[in-house]
Design a protein around this ligand. Structure first.
Ligand code: SF4
Length: 204
């Protein structure tokens, strides 16, 4: 893989909004809002690299994983080890109780990375909600989900090669987006001149 490795977290951003993904990962723009601040605080409890044993399983926190095949790298909030079978499964922590499709794809990407590292199948993963203290199962070996991860990675690379921002599409997602003040979707939606202006600012 001669391309730069992409962060696994970009997959979730892309699934949420392609423009948001490129603002964060291409333009290095970031604005915290309440959700992102709460998320960062929550992540600090799993960023310790601790190993915690529980009946029947061991949880390894903050595990770096990558895929040379896809050109992805990231950190699993936790990797669960089944002590009876030895099977590993990635666990992604999220603030809210709703499990978005992007979080599912993120877990599948982590599973692909873990498989590459260990040479053993990784069939399951989890999205853990801090709000509900519940976790949702992810079918990490689903061929369709794996295909989708591969397509998203290809699409992100294609957009990066274009070197431009996808246009804004003002909808409900913008209400929860921490970049709304930077993106200004009402002003930029379908506004080619404004896009050029933003890009020239970033290029300066
Ligand atoms: S404000 Fe809306 S269009 Fe702009 S990056 Fe956020 S979600 Fe995407």
């Amino acid at each position: 893989m001669n391309e730069p490795y992409l962060p696994i977290s970009a997959i979730e951003h892309w699934a949420y909004c392609q423009r948001q993904c490129m603002l964060i990962h291409e333009e290095r723009s970031w604005e915290d809002n309440l959700s992102t601040t709460m998320g960062a605080l929550g992540h600090s409890t799993v960023d310790l690299g601790a190993v915690r044993s529980q009946p029947g399983r061991r949880l390894h926190h903050s595990v770096t994983v990558w895929s040379d095949h896809l050109g992805l790298i990231g950190i699993c909030d936790a990797v669960e080890e089944d002590l009876s079978t030895g099977e590993l499964s990635p666990v992604e922590h999220k603030l809210g109780s709703k499990v978005g499709h992007g979080a599912v794809l993120q877990v599948v990407a982590q599973a692909i990375c873990l498989e590459e590292a260990t040479g053993k199948p990784v069939n399951h993963g989890w999205v853990f909600s801090r709000a509900s203290r519940r976790r949702s199962s992810v079918l990490a070996n689903s061929p369709s989900l794996r295909q989708e991860v591969s397509e998203v990675v290809g699409a992100m690379r294609g957009q990066l090669h274009k070197g431009s921002l996808p246009p804004a599409v003002r909808d409900d997602r913008c209400n929860d987006c921490s970049l709304v003040e930077l993106c200004l979707p009402e002003q930029t939606e379908n506004n080619v001149a404004w896009h050029r202006r933003v890009e020239s600012v970033f290029d300066a």
